[in-house]
Ligand binder design. Sequence first.
Ligand SMILES: [Zn+2]
Length: 137
Amino acid sequence: MNNKEVEEQHWKSIESLKEYAKENGYEMPDFSKYKFVALGYLDISEPYEKGIVSQNFLNKLRILWNEGIVCGSLGHHDCTFCIDEGNYENRATSSSEKELTDWENGVKYKFPEMIFHYCEAHNFCPPKKFIEFVMRK
Ligand SMILES: [Zn+2]
């Protein structure tokens, strides 16, 4: 699943929850107040932003990753870039993802654990606003 598909799935599940809540007489919070951004769901068939991120950023992101809830994803993901490089035996795999909310700017981010591998092994550079958010934490 790529970033766009993860975002679409998020809003579909919110709609489904809203319907369920309505049918059962509950009030749902207004989720339209925040922007939902999925990032780091890379696929070899699509280009992605490249750059070098600082070790400081990765360390802070790891601390945030280890705090609170980590969600299991359905199935697991193999790094298609490693496989493409003929590195199937040592490919990175992951089966979890996390959401972090930037309350200040009204943005909810969702990213897979693979983001660490993509940054370190494949020079993935997350959006600047996400890096700034992580560094402010
Ligand atoms: Zn890889």
